[in-house]
Design a protein around this ligand. Structure first.
Ligand code: ATR
Length: 285
């Protein structure tokens, strides 16, 4: 008699170095609780040198985990060590979600899906324009460039202080993506329907440069993947200038959905209640 299916309570991790600041446990534990599912999701800090051994134990079924999320600085290693990374993470060279399936370690990257699901929820129709502007070409920019391209934008203007980094991403993501130095920002905003900030400009109350959004299409949407503070200086400026804005918190919430479904077997929903829980946590820390 085997009742292990009824008693098995899967445990998933979020790993990084450090990992204690991660809000993922709050999100997943909220879903476990509200869906009434058996399971655990917890932070598990792993030093970079120990990461290969951690993945080895996960593959061998000796870690006690069914899978988990991977954050900085392990996303590239997670991709490299997975048995079967999907096409999305293949192109990014980085994975943030791991799960065992048929004895193999699978990997994907859900940041881009988080980005698009957030805009789909908060500003339907955001993908109707031809042209988009993405500010910043760092680690966080890649999944956004990929997601915007995959939604069918024909012109993606990637603007970065260090032009070499923008060129590198433009080469990686194909002909729709064009690299520009900061000085061309105003020019490339002309007739764009989407503006995304992926830089740390304005994070944690830091000063942000003054941006004139008026060259954008009147119905353009401006979004920031930074969510601390929720209303970043870039979003505040866009709002003052009469543009629709979407904050970055929803990207964090939505990127968590596919992993939860893999580990715990049920597709969770991003609710206002969950959003309020994270906002309250942000106010306390
Ligand atoms: P992340 O992984 O969070 O994207 P990152 O890889 O350090 O972090 O990238 C940060 C992004 O913010 C980069 O696009 C960076 O521009 P550079 O590539 O020129 O460094 C941008 N950034 C940070 N501070 C900036 C500033 N003061 N002015 C302009 N861009 C800035």
């Amino acid at each position: 008699m085997d009742d292990s299916r009824e008693t098995f309570a899967p445990t998933a991790f979020v790993t990084g170095f450090p990992v204690k600041h991660s809000r993922s446990p709050l999100i997943h534990c909220y879903w476990l609780r509200t869906l009434g599912l058996r399971g655990t999701y917890r932070p598990h800090e792993v030093k970079p040198d120990d990461f290969p051994a951690f993945i080895q134990a996960l593959k061998a079924g000796e870690s006690g985990f069914v899978g988990g999320n991977v954050t900085i600085p392990h996303k590239e290693m997670a991709f490299g060590l997975a048995d079967q990374p999907d096409e999305l993470s293949e192109e990014l060279g980085a994975s943030n979600t791991l799960w065992m399936e048929g004895g193999r370690l699978k990997a994907t990257n859900t940041d881009g899906r988080g980005f698009t699901a957030n805009l789909d929820e908060r500003h339907p129709g955001w993908d109707k324009a031809r042209s988009a502007v993405i500010l910043g070409a760092g680690g966080a920019s890649r999944a956004v460039v990929q997601a915007v391209r995959d939604r069918g934008f024909k012109e993606i203007h990637l603007v970065n202080r260090t032009i070499g980094r923008a060129r590198e991403l433009a080469d990686r993501f194909g002909a729709a993506v064009q690299a520009h130095p900061m000085g061309e920002l105003t020019d490339v905003m002309k007739d764009a329907g989407l503006f995304v900030n992926t830089t740390s400009l304005g994070m944690d109350g830091e000063e942000a440069p003054r941006i004139d959004f008026s060259p954008l299409l009147p119905n353009a949407v401006v979004t920031d993947i930074v969510y601390v503070p929720l209303k970043t200086p870039i979003l505040a400026q866009a709002e003052e200038q009469g543009f629709a804005t979407v904050d970055g918190l929803g990207m964090l919430l939505h990127q968590a959905v596919p992993g939860f479904e893999k580990w715990f077997g049920q597709r969770p929903v991003v609710t206002q209640d969950l959003r309020s829980l994270i906002v309250a946590d942000m106010e306390h820390h």
